[in-house]
Design a protein around this ligand. Sequence first.
Ligand SMILES: Nc1ncnc2c1ncn2[C@@H]1O[C@H](COP(=O)(O)OP(=O)(O)OP(=O)(O)O)[C@@H](O)[C@H]1O
Length: 554
Amino acid sequence: MAANREPKKKNDRAESQVFASCSFSSLGLHPTLCNQLRERMGFEVPTLVQAQAIPVILSGRHATFACSVCGNCRLVKAATGTGKTVAYLAPVIHHLQSKDPRVQRSDGISILVATPGRLLDHLKNTSSFIHTNMRWIIFDEADRILELGFGKEIEEILDILGSRQDKSLSNEKAISSASELPRQNLLLSATLNDKVNHLAQISLENPVMIGLDDKKIQPKPSQEIISSLAAEMDNTLGHSEKILSPSNAEYNLPAQLVQRYVKVSCGSRLVALLSILNNLFKGDATQKVVVFFSTCDAVDYHYSLLSEFRWPPNSQSNVDLKQAFVGCKTFRLHGNMQHEDRRTTFHTFKTEKSAVLLSTDVAARGLDFPKVRCIIQYDSPGEASEYVHRVGRTARLGEKGDSLLFLQPVEIDYLRNLEKHGVLLTEYPLVKLLDSFPLYGQKHNAKKLFSLEMHPWVLHLQKALESYILRESTMKKLAQNAFCSWVRAYSAHRGDLKSIFMVKKLHLGHVARSFALKEQPSLVGRSFQNQAKKRKRDLKQKGVSKKRRIGSKS
Ligand SMILES: Nc1ncnc2c1ncn2[C@@H]1O[C@H](COP(=O)(O)OP(=O)(O)OP(=O)(O)O)[C@@H](O)[C@H]1O
């Protein structure tokens, strides 16, 4: 979440329906905190999810509220970029600011941000880690924590903290001893699934679902807001089973987000990507774009290619006249980079006005880059929830945003998968775009094409790219590494997705073309096949059934 000193005015985005028509103070927040939100962060009014969540979280054991729902458990589901962070942090800070006597430095840690593994370790092994006054347990990106396999750790944490609902002692222990106030557990995500459902069941008693009908928030005094929200939620929801019914698996996407897919055969993917990026920055030189890849190697290769590849490629051209093919600064972000490099990239890309960021899923969730205009998913995301989080890096807080998903013709069924979650995409007119590139000073028209690969512009750019990679040995090595890890990642799709992203259906020669490799290098092919054979052998020896093994992708 970013500190933003430019005041964001509600009127600028009247149509976006992101902001509520009430003030922070009317939600019951401490006046000092309201001033800080306005003066230091530039937040004039709350967003809709904040207007819904803040009074509910603030209410704690409030009598008016307690009559309709049990006062100590909350569940927040709202679209990406709607201000969920402040929705839970503001009430926490409000309580810290209102404490009498005031919180002292010597009281220790007031807010602890932790990963499940480290937290559990401290809870078990650090004797000086005192948690008796713990008031809130907040699971941000709850579904991801569980997806990553931290379910057991979370259950243990809840057990140790006495916050698990199915334990006989939990209600007694869940009262924090110093404040005598009930502990609140908050789960947050833009996407909920069965695993979150389970976590909600074991950690939340009659949770309140925040982020339902956002439009009903009107300016009212805080007490009235609390009462009316309580009544509204009670009428709409009633019990937790209803809250977590399967219909809620449908994802909240920003209404103003324009979602498209581009159907392109494997061998023409790279040309399509570069042409689309070139066109985006030609159309508007001041914009930011994020491109998602499946592996660190793929990010490294495309980063070098975008940074180094010059245009026009003709060797007779004056070197000074050659330019980068895509007219903007290029950045990369992935998990194999040094922490400091990642920080620098993050902060620089944040403030850039015109740039493209190439990234793995390390940037798919939670990261808040202002003014990203377009998200390109060059490698498909897998689970639909990951699609939602990736596209959520644009169209934040009511801003405009576009997203583009690359799919090969054999992968087109992935659209059905998204449709099941209420995510609908329209097709991007790729041929029209390719037709617009002048060739040898002439515009061409490829209406009578049999396939995209035969499009004159595709042939022209592909040839230039392949010659470039052939000349540059470092680039060739990067391309080969990227090819290998791309195929590995492709073969690691799981569940239903295995029948859509079938490695058997891939023509490895065409995959090589998508890395501008003239041929599928035999060494690369052999090493991949050897690795696949070895994996199979290992699994057989261990008696393990065929199971997903990605290793670290991002
Ligand atoms: N009331 C407000 N007024 C103006 N800007 C705000 C307000 N609340 C939050 N923001 C800004 O909105 C942006 C998105 O907020 P945040 O990152 O909390 O969204 P989120 O819902 O958690 O998104 P994600 O699901 O992607 O993590 C941030 O830049 C934040 O500073």
